[in-house]
Design a protein around this ligand. Structure first.
Ligand code: NAD
Ligand code: TYD
Length: 353
């Protein structure tokens, strides 16, 4: 069996749902259920005997030791994290706790478990750490994309804590021989993403008749990847990646934020037209995020060259699927938006000019 952390969140849930469609290998799913974790996403697995959900904090060493001893996984896929840059600016402490201390705690539990496996179990075991391209910092318009050898230069509390976790993972391989793999992926989008991130936020606000808040001049660039493609990359790296190596994952889809918002509005104009108006009319420029990274872009050639991975979706096909999913699953978005998230948005976003 495999153990997945953070699997009630956006990418983790997509990963587990896809995994159980493809394989009959059981998954133990560990999540603290913070504001970003939503069990409703995993509802279809409620009676699936191959899926075990455990509510636990990765900072809890005793709980991690117990889980590993009980389920004896052949791999840990580590996605649990605090992930929203804006939240990390308002309150970085939880980011240090979960992303750095939590990853450290999980690594210690994994090292202790792994060191007691027999030789075959030791050789087979993998700790796959899911990280972000944000650890590399910000590119100018003409810089080459981030490669696996680009120096780390994180700029936000979020990316700094992810960078810290990446360094710990690397050190556990070099110092203790723990068979680790790290993936650094670009911005994901797709079903079940919490509506605080750009794409689901814009869809929800457009449908709710609210302003579409574009930060600064809207010219910041992100490199977008459909979540299903990120999940297939994680599966490839888990199956055939070389321990100790890192792999950049990206979709070769660099877009300016304003271009993304325009495309979303145009898709909604086609699929859910408003009488005599375009969703583009709701666009509103707001104060920029402090320290806002200008451009992220991933060079994903190593993953293609060494493991044969390529994304299946283009930005156009992935975004069309995503918009349709949010239109078909408004209940999911409504429920998410009615919880703690709304309180947090009211407190922190109310004063935005
Ligand atoms: P998310 O915020 O949607 O989900 C995070 C999950 O982790 C939630 O279910 C939450 O309850 C859980 N969690 C948080 N703290 C925990 C703790 N202490 N113990 C156990 N569970 C805890 O995040 P996501 O977008 O699915 O991202 C998953 C991983 O992928 C993260 O490590 C993130 O850094 C990385 N990543 C995300 C993106 C992206 O665009 N979303 C891109 C590259 C990498
Ligand atoms: P986000 O989804 O928060 O991801 P990240 O900051 O990790 O890349 O933001 C994506 C881009 O969209 C980023 O440049 C900030 C911008 N953005 C807005 O313009 N308005 C918004 O309301 C949000 C949430 C993001």
């Amino acid at each position: 069996m495999i153990l997945v952390t953070g699997s009630a969140g956006f990418i983790g849930a997509n990963f587990v749902l896809d995994w159980l469609q493809i394989f009959d290998e059981p998954v133990v799913n560990v999540d603290k259920l913070t504001y970003a974790g939503n069990l409703r996403t995993l509802k279809s697995l409620q009676h699936n005997p191959l899926h075990i959900f455990v509510c636990a904090d990765i900072c809890d060493r005793a709980a991690m030791d117990e889980l590993l001893a009980e389920y004896k996984p052949r791999a840990i896929i580590h996605l649990a994290a605090e992930t929203h840059v804006d939240r990390s600016i308002h309150g970085p402490e939880n980011f240090v706790l979960t992303n750095v201390v939590g990853t450290f705690t999980l690594l210690e539990a994994a090292r202790s478990y792994w060191s007691r496996l027999n030789d075959a179990g030791k050789a087979e075991f993998r700790f796959l750490h899911v990280s972000t391209d944000e650890v590399f910092g910000s590119l100018s318009a003409t810089d080459p994309q981030f490669s696996e050898t680009t120096p780390y230069a994180p700029n936000s509390p979020y990316s700094a804590t992810k960078a810290g976790s990446d360094h710990l993972v690397r050190a556990y391989h070099h110092t203790y021989g723990l068979p680790v793999l790290t993936t650094n992926c670009s911005n994901n989008y797709g079903p079940y993403q919490f509506p605080e991130k750009l794409i689901p936020l814009m869809i929800a606000n457009a449908l709710g008749g609210k302003p579409l808040p574009v930060y600064g001049d809207g010219q910041n660039v992100r490199d977008w990847l459909y979540v299903g493609d990120h999940c297939s990359a994680i599966r490839e790296v888990l199956a055939r990646g070389t321990p100790g190596e890192t792999y950049n994952v990206g979709g070769w889809n660099e877009k300016k934020n304003l271009e993304v918002v325009h495309t979303l509005c145009d898709l909604l104009d086609q699929l859910r037209p408003k009488a005599g108006a375009s969703y583009r009319d709701q666009i509103s420029y707001v104060k920029d995020r402090p320290g806002h990274d200008r451009r992220y872009a991933i060079d994903a050639r190593k993953l293609e060259r060494e493991l044969g991975w390529k994304p299946a979706e283009t930005f156009e096909t992935g975004l069309a699927k995503t918009v349709q999913w949010y239109l078909d699953n408004q209940e999911w978005s409504d429920e998410v938006a009615s919880g703690d998230y709304r309180k947090w948005v009211e407190t922190n976003y109310a004063q935005r000019a």
